[in-house]
Design a protein around this ligand. Structure first.
Ligand code: GAL
Length: 424
């Protein structure tokens, strides 16, 4: 992981908000080759299922890129809560890593606009990626005729994870998803009445934003939801107010310590039977796998009211402008886009491959169902994970979330969202 303890402390001082667990130094870095051959890979996949996914890529890198040494530059914190600030500082100081993780879509657009990533269109031809990825994805990745990153996967954001044993206490059938947000609220009322203090396991920041996104998607429908982030839907409208009122209600079923915990801790509440539900992306499937939680102990379905919509995000890797050892970074990108790399990564990460040639039978049960939905569902971008929204928009939304979580004031939240939605 990134840095040693002293570096971590320095980073904490600089950023002022970090809870990084990056205090180990050596074991992840491999050994042997000269420093000039180091390939520093910047992610926020520091633990659990996320780290297992990264390890999958690293093992293929070890075989395919023997001239280079993988150096793990991960900064812990869900959805890059800490990593993105560290990366911004490094890029501003012109000290980019060899490659860094960025969400395909609007978030990547920030790095392109700032001149921080190189055009990798030629590598697509060289690695055969122009044939391996579906045309729709290639179109999405193309900005003014150029492509700037290699996607490793596709994750789904609008998923609710449920604990059947807890739901049974209120005679709720975990196998059947509530059809609407209202029906879900009614079930959470039943859970409360049955003695479950906090029916919904929630964590800080992006997790709250994901609950809000899912409720907005359910209440407004896909087209109006997408319009929220490109100016076509009025964020100040009464239908948004009504949806935010429902979001407030949903959040009121959440644990009170949510501002102090990250998503794996909230999943812990679900696994320990202290909560009935968690709304979270499908990296949960990876986490459960890494925790060896049996598949029979949990169920999952699209967030209530969003069935038929696949709210997606894609992790991709870049070639930073002025990065160290670009040849080694290119070898990493080759691995990321390759059939072997995508299989080693996605079977462990809960996501599905971005390539179109993967065999579902090679994947765990959850990913098989996600692959089937990806083919037939309407594809909707996630704001919280950078597909629809820029880094700046998400910064504004996240500070509004923190405020909302304690005050639960819908009018203030909506005002902040109106400001955040304006293109920046
Ligand atoms: C997302 C990222 C996922 C997963 C998640 C939780 O932003 O795309 O791969 O890491 O954060 O940390």
């Amino acid at each position: 992981m990134r840095g040693g303890w002293s570096k971590t402390v320095a980073v904490m001082g600089a950023v002022g908000l970090l809870a990084v667990s990056a205090c180990g130094n050596s074991s992840d870095s491999g050994s042997g080759n000269s420093a000039s051959k180091d390939v520093t890979v910047f992610t926020w996949w520091a633990d659990g299922g996320e780290k297992a996914g990264l390890d999958g890529l690293v093992s293929v890198f070890g075989t395919k890129c023997k001239d280079y040494k993988f150096v793990n530059s991960a900064v812990a914190g869900g959805a890059g809560a800490n990593a993105k600030q560290v990366l911004a500082n490094d890029l501003a100081a012109k000290k980019p890593p060899s490659t860094f993780q960025a969400h395909a879509g609007a978030e990547l657009g920030d790095y392109i606009k700032n001149g921080q990533v190189d055009d990798v269109t030629d590598l697509y031809k060289q690695f055969g990626l122009d044939k391996a990825f579906p045309q729709s994805l290639l179109d999405n990745l193309t900005v003014d005729g150029k492509i700037y990153s290699v996607p490793a996967n596709v994750h789904r954001a609008n998923v609710v994870w449920a604990n059947p044993t807890v739901l049974k206490k209120a005679n709720i059938d975990a196998a059947t998803a509530p059809a609407t947000v209202d029906a879900w609220i009614a079930d959470m009322d039943k859970l409360k009445a049955a003695g479950v203090k906090y029916p919904l396991a929630v964590s800080k920041g992006f997790a709250e934003e994901m609950v809000m996104e899912a409720v907005l998607l359910a209440e407004l429908g896909a087209d109006k939801f997408v319009g929220l982030w490109n100016g076509k839907t009025d964020m100040a409208g009464p239908d948004v107010t009504a949806a935010l009122e429902k979001f407030k209600k949903v959040l009121s079923f959440g644990n009170v310590d949510r501002e102090a915990i990250d998503w794996p801790d909230a999943l812990g509440y679900l696994n320990k039977g202290q909560a009935g539900y968690q709304l979270m992306g499908d990296w949960v499937a990876a986490q459960e796998l890494s925790l060896k939680v049996p598949e029979t102990s949990y169920t999952y379905w699209p967030a209530p009211g969003t069935a038929g919509n696949f709210q997606f995000l894609a992790d991709s890797f870049t070639l930073p402008t002025g990065g160290q050892d670009p040849e080694g970074a290119k070898c990493w990108l080759d691995v990321v886009g390759s059939a072997d790399g995508q299989k080693a990564f996605n079977t462990k990460k809960g996501s599905i491959p971005a390539r179109s040639d993967a065999a579902p039978a090679d994947y765990p049960k959850y990913q098989q169902s996600a692959m089937a939905d990806w083919k037939k569902d309407k594809i909707v971008p996630s704001c919280a994970h950078g597909a629809a929204c820029t880094l700046g928009q998400n910064d504004s939304i996240l500070s509004a979330m923190g405020q909302f979580s304690s005050g639960l004031d819908v009018a203030t939240l909506q005002k902040a969202l109106v400001a955040a939605a304006k293109p920046n």
